[in-house]
Design a protein around this ligand. Structure first.
Ligand code: HEM
Length: 305
């Protein structure tokens, strides 16, 4: 990995950790979350398209962490926002991590823009709240960020972590047995459909809701892994770009069935893929994520006395 990526990831990580609500014993982002377990069972529809056996047959144990995206571990679940869903498939070939958010587009397409965005939305020292003029100025220079910012502004509070669709946002490649590559994106789509709260109360508790839901019908805690099959012309290297509608296949179903035991410390890293799935070499954000998540993990797992 280039030192530029490492240096930029360090600056971003430091900026995130400088927030007053950041906690050194928690993640620098997605600090508040809850972990459950389940199994992923493929439909077989990716047969011939990838050599990744766990995406074609059998069934694979999964660890799943749902989260609020901010760096404050004490944030109220009633605060409207996108949410995160990090899935670790423990395959015989190593971990395949699918780390997604409920937004249709990421906010930025490179690290410098991310630093600019963090500065633009930081509280103004004079007023204690972000200055809207700075966000407007940011979008003028970065029109590619508009879709992600508008989605963030329009985000609602879900009924449950399990009533939201989550998107991988990056482009990946399916690699078949002959080495043929095809770009794809993926979404985790809740089998019972999406559902949001009309008037979120202050005491929304999505972790407790999930525990109750796990005792109910299995469809209430199941997600389909939907694969959007891209073409050679679809944009790569840019998670701010929303793909045009593409043919989809349902690769399989993730059935959540219990709360997790003691799995921390655990890291979900979107660059953890197995043979049969390739990363997009042009995607700076993906490389920055690997570096930044490693730094955040190192801080939160440092022994303290
Ligand atoms: C440059 C861009 C990004 C940076 C710097 C960044 C930074 C971070 C950091 C520092 C963490 C905590 C990692 C840990 O301690 O394990 C995190 C977690 C997370 N991020 Fe990102 N992120 C970026 C982009 C994205 C994108 C594009 C997505 C979704 C497609 C995403 C989804 C998540 C999720 C779901 C988690 C929680 C993982 C968990 O539950 O352990 N992030 N991010």
């Amino acid at each position: 990995m280039s030192t530029d990526i490492e240096a930029t990831a360090e600056r971003i990580h430091e900026a995130l950790r400088s927030a007053p609500t950041s906690s050194p014993t928690h993640r620098a982002l997605h600090a508040k979350g809850t972990v459950v377990e389940g199994r992923f069972t493929p439909t077989g529809q990716l047969a011939g398209r990838t050599s990744a056996a766990h995406l074609v047959d059998g069934s694979t144990p999964a660890v799943v962490r749902f989260s609020h995206p901010g760096g404050d571990p004490d944030v109220s679940d009633g605060v409207p926002s996108a949410r995160g869903m990090a899935v670790k498939l423990r395959t015989a070939q190593g971990d395949h991590d699918l780390v997604a958010v409920s937004s249709p587009a990421f906010l930025v397409r490179d690290g410098e823009s991310f630093l600019e965005l963090l500065a633009a939305r930081a509280p103004d020292p004079a007023t204690g709240v972000p200055d809207p003029e700075r966000m407007i100025a940011f979008v003028e220079v970065h029109p590619e960020s508009l879709a992600g910012i508008q989605a963030a502004m329009g985000a609602q509070v879900p009924v449950s972590y399990a009533t939201l669709a989550y998107n991988g946002l990056h482009t990946f490649f399916l690699v078949d047995g002959d080495g043929g590559r095809r770009p794809f994106r993926y979404s985790w789509v809740p089998v019972g459909g999406e559902e949001f709260l009309d008037t979120p109360a202050d005491d929304v508790d999505l972790a407790a809701e999930l525990v109750e839901r796990l005792a109910g019908p299995p469809e209430g805690t199941a997600f389909d892994l939907v694969i959007h099959l891209g073409t050679a012309d679809d944009p790569t290297g840019d998670p701010t770009a929303i793909w045009p509608e593409r043919p989809v296949v349902v690769a399989g179903r993730l059935q959540l069935d219990r709360t997790a035991g003691d799995v921390e410390p655990i890291i979900f890293d979107p660059t953890n893929v197995t043979p049969g799935v390739d990363l997009d070499p042009d995607d700076e954000i993906l490389q920055l994520r690997r570096a930044a998540y490693g730094r955040s993990f190192a801080v939160r797992t440092t022994p303290r006395i």
